[in-house]
Design a protein around this ligand. Structure first.
Ligand code: NAP
Length: 457
């Protein structure tokens, strides 16, 4: 028997578990998938936007893995900090795979970043996704203008969520308080601002196109700004995904969309480029009032250089969407520059040599890039390394009962049936509100629902 702990139940964790139990070369692999939250699926539940139902439905695939007879989900188990330490984990499991993602946001390092009204976009995402660490009434949306810094897919997500109408959001599983706040939102203008040109934007075409399809919303681009980009003027040498982005932007520039005419309330999403944020303006306690940008220009080497020309964009809400960042893990080496754990083929490297029995997969291994599917080959590589090490790993004696041992270490795990009870409670909550399932947004509610299903162990 080989008993493995996978830390994190997002895509990389679940795909790791899937590879470990889906092979026959090493029989009797038992996988315990531990998560800090009582709910599984990581960013599929708490990052994928609620109106992306198709991507959300990936949860069904992940569920099949977590219901495998040799996979055991244990929620509400924190690793590190006040939770279970690496030493204890090693006494319970033959191997530990960290699939913890990139749990924090990157900083801009400019004045005004901490003013009221300036938030990491990931906080906004956590709020509308009902993450229990986010305050349910964290955003009131009294702003008339919102500035989103960055042009990646998270920026597109938050710009779209700020622009969607209440009726479109009511059919999602968004928590009731966030739905109410977005329904009452006074935001009319959303500015999405990139420091480089359109040929270096990180968003994908499908996500970009969706902005143009939002009812009651105009997408505004500035042809002269797009044309500053040599790649925009001549896209022939660019990779196909970038060319497709350029085509969409070109279409918007050539044919300004007037679909919103006659639809009552109109919102605008302004896509801006070649603007580098230099300061968030405002004061305490009133909060942000604008973002000051420096105009940039291509430097001929794929980067940009400041021109000394400045522009202020008004905004009472600023969402900084400049990427995620991994956090150091207890007892593991950490590369501060990339926010990842050094590894070779998924084997953690401590002082340059493999740390026996310790592995990484997903964003903590390769950094916060790629779509959900990118985690499949990444997790498979790690799982194959682990399986190749199996004979040596299985020689170590581990605790007889892993759940009892975790409890002795101070954890109060929520097993799979506890999660099923949370799902049932969310369906009931939605029924009471005349909606489909509605996510529970607080720790107490989640744990109460989970415990209702757990009698003994
Ligand atoms: P991202 O794709 O890395 O985009 C970050 C953006 O922030 C880039 O435009 C970057 O510009 C900009 N930026 C970074 N530092 C900056 C600074 N100091 N000043 C101004 N701008 C700065 O990150 P993300 O949007 O957080 O997405 C993370 C990952 O999740 C990506 O792989 C994304 O595709 C994925 N995701 C996918 C979906 C989906 O498939 N629907 C949805 C959400 C997220 P530079 O390029 O100039 O650095």
């Amino acid at each position: 028997m080989l008993r493995v702990a996978v830390i994190g139940s997002g895509p990389s964790g679940v795909y790791t578990a899937q590879t470990l139990v889906g092979q026959e070369a090493v029989p009797d692999v038992e996988v315990y998938v531990l998560d800090r939250l009582p709910c599984p699926y990581g960013l599929v539940r708490y990052g994928v936007a609620p109106d992306h139902e198709k991507i959300k439905s990936l949860q069904n695939n992940l569920r099949t893995v977590l219901e495998h007879p040799r996979v055991h989900f244990l929620g509400n188990v924190e690793v590190g900090g006040a939770g279970v330490g690496l030493k204890e984990l090693r006494e319970i499991f033959h191997a530990v795979v960290f699939c913890v993602g990139a749990a924090t946001d990157r900083h801009l390092g400019i004045p005004g970043e901490e003013l009221p009204g300036s938030h990491p976009a990931t906080d906004f995402v956590a709020w509308y996704s009902a993450h229990p660490d986010a305050a349910p009434d964290g955003f009131t949306l009294t702003a008339r203008s919102a500035v989103v810094i960055g042009v990646g897919n998270v920026a597109v997500d938050v710009a779209r969520m700020l622009s969607r109408g209440a009726a479109e959001l009511a059919v999602t599983d968004m928590p009731q308080k966030a739905l109410g706040a977005l329904a009452d939102s006074r935001v009319e203008d959303v500015w999405m601002v990139g420091r480089r040109g359109p040929s270096h934007a990180k968003f994908t075409t499908k996500e970009l196109r969706e902005l143009g399809a939002l009812p009651g919303t105009q997408v505004v681009v500035r042809p002269e700004e797009l044309a500053m980009d040599p790649g925009y003027r001549d896209a022939s040498g660019l990779p196909a995904p970038v060319r497709r982005n350029i085509e969409v932007l070109h279409d918007w520039a050539e044919r300004p969309v007037a679909r919103a005419a006659g639809m009552g309330r109109v919102r605008r999403i302004h896509l801006r480029f070649f603007l580098r944020p230099v300061e968030i303006l405002g004061d305490r306690p009133s909060g942000v009032r604008a973002v000051r940008f420096e105009r940039t220009a291509p430097d001929g080497r794929g980067r940009v250089a400041g021109t000394g020309e400045h522009e202020e964009i008004e905004g009472q809400l600023v969402l900084r969407s400049v990427g995620y960042r991994g956090l150091p893990q207890p007892g593991l080496p950490f590369d501060e520059a990339t926010g990842t754990v050094p590894h070779e083929g998924g084997r953690v490297l401590k002082d340059g040599v493999p740390y026996p029995g310790i592995y990484v997969a997903g964003w903590i291994k390769r950094g916060p890039t790629g779509v959900i599917g990118t985690n499949r080959p990444c997790a498979k590589e790690t799982a194959m390394s682990l399986l190749a090490d199996a004979a040596g790993l299985a020689r170590r004696t581990v605790a007889a009962d892993p759940v009892a041992a975790l409890e002795r270490a101070g954890a109060r795990p929520v097993p799979w049936r506890g999660w099923l009870a949370i799902e049932a409670a969310e369906a009931e909550c939605g029924r009471d509100l005349g909606r489909g399932p509605v996510k529970l947004a607080d720790w107490a509610g989640l744990l109460r629902a989970a415990r209702s299903a757990v009698v003994g162990r």
